[in-house]
Design a protein around this ligand. Sequence first.
Ligand code: BDP
Length: 327
Amino acid sequence: MYQSISKTLLGTATALAFVASAAVAEDWRAWNIHNDGHPNTAAMDRFAELVAEKTGGEVTVEVFHGGVLGTQPDALEQVQLGAIDIGNFNLGPIGPIVKEANLVSLPFIFRDVDHMFRVMDGPAGDQVAAAMGEAGLLPIGWFDAGARSFYNNTGPINSPDDVAGMKIRVMNNDLFTGMVNAMGGNGTPMAFSEVYQSLSTGVVDGAENNLPSFQSVGHFEVAGYYSMSEHLIIPECICVNTAKFGALSEDMQAAIVAAAEEASVFQRELWAEQTAASREAVETAGVKINEIADKGPFQDAMAPVYADYLAANPSMAELVELAQSTE
Ligand code: BDP
């Protein structure tokens, strides 16, 4: 799908190239929320190296780690405007901007990570990618972000009743607030950078994330119970400002897509290793991890979330069915 987007933009790109003269180098600023030690930081550094190499230095990428260029919702807006050029984004906070992207933020929509990638590599994923590109956030590579599970400081979560009464931090998206509220909890959107302190001071009782992120920002130090609910399997992208990408020559576009694909393969390898390593590290630090024998009650609790969502977004029904029926 994004092949056709880039082809459409190519006409404009070629016209601009004559005006701008071919020798002008492009220096891109990239947003990354993670710090050193997180797989996405290593993958974004690798991406920058690959871009320089494959474009012969015509395009360079400077990656700003640790969210120093702003919160994720702000950074997404900046990429849409072209004030930041590119970044590694989770599709969760993209849902409020691009309706189709919310497909992946429906709790339990995917059976596992492999199923998610099959959907994203198929026609449903093409529709999501096309809509993102039209909104100015063109995905050129997909990262693995595993599955998100709940963690808190009170005790293990085994059923939705254990979530009831808890204030749980979620990423910025009404679907996530609705998800926690449907279990009787209080879903609280908050910037990632504020979660550690909020957990340690009791502003929230818990949060939810994958194991590498739970470990890398130290949330395991202030939340001793991690319960494998795996309620959200949300991919991440390398997303570039669509117009900037479209203004490059076809060769440069191909070089950048190749760099993103190679960096994504690297990220997925690192991800698998880091998930196992993070699990071991947090358990060694004393975190109690529990498997959830029956996730059925969590899935059943999501019925009103789906019903409300589809009532408000009837045009998404087809895409939801397409994802669910993907083998
Ligand atoms: C991490 C994602 C990051 C999010 C963060 C969060 O990689 O993009 O900002 O979760 O919970 O897993 O905000």
